[in-house]
Ligand binder design. Structure first.
Ligand code: CO
Length: 209
């Protein structure tokens, strides 16, 4: 119980498997990381970044929190974005939400969840912003799925509004911000088609809504 033996056994098997295919894999990787992507996703155990997009260690920089939120005062998330953009010089920031997100569900309820309600408040704000569209949907499950999508859209805008991303565009750095959503029921990713690649586009998409 103290050592979680199975996990260590799994780890040895996993590392051996990788070394079998490429004996130098870990020693090469230990010298540097040069990922092209930053993934901002939900902490949900069913949405593991590397596996979903088939990438190996070293290929994707990851930040996960409940309901994949990008909050302007969250130093944790902002530090990840800064390091990814300024030091690693990733080419793509992907905000990936998922249908059936427990955080989004909890934000739709009128229940007391304790401390986490302060975090979920950000999703409630997204809901308020899109109240008329959400109210036009026929049933609760459609509203739930749409709010999962709209939450991604708003977080993409939040990424674009950071001084880090705006400065990188100003400096001519190539950087795209994407909004995706993942289906935990079928394992399939969907592009929400809101990719933003420069300040003009960011202004344009913000103006549209
Ligand atoms: Co979630």
């Amino acid at each position: 119980m103290r050592t979680l033996k199975t996990l260590f056994e799994n780890n040895t098997r996993w590392a051996d498997g990788i070394k079998e295919k490429d004996p130098l894999f870990f020693s090469k990787l230990s010298k540097q990381q040069a990922p092209q992507y930053l993934w901002i996703g939900c902490s949900d155990s069913r949405v593991p970044a590397n596996q979903i997009v088939g990438l190996l260690p070293g290929e994707i920089f990851v930040h996960r929190n409940i309901a994949n939120l990008v909050v302007h005062t969250d130093l944790n998330c902002l530090s990840v974005i800064q390091y990814a953009v300024e030091v690693l010089k990733v080419r793509h920031i992907i905000v990936c939400g998922h249908y059936g997100c427990g955080g989004v569900k909890a934000a739709m309820e009128n229940k007391d969840h304790g401390l986490i309600d302060n975090w979920l408040r950000h999703i409630k704000d997204v809901r308020s912003l899109h109240r008329s569209e959400l109210n036009s949907l026929r049933n609760e499950s459609d509203r739930y799925s749409r709010l999962c999508e709209l939450n991604v859209v708003e977080q993409v805008f939040n990424v674009c509004k950071t001084s880090i991303v705006r400065n990188s565009w100003k400096n001519g750095q190539e950087l795209s911000v994407h909004g995706w959503i993942y289906g935990i029921a079928d394992g399939i990713l969907k592009d929400l088609d809101i990719t933003v690649t420069n300040e003009d586009e960011a202004r344009e998409v913000r103006g549209k809504k």
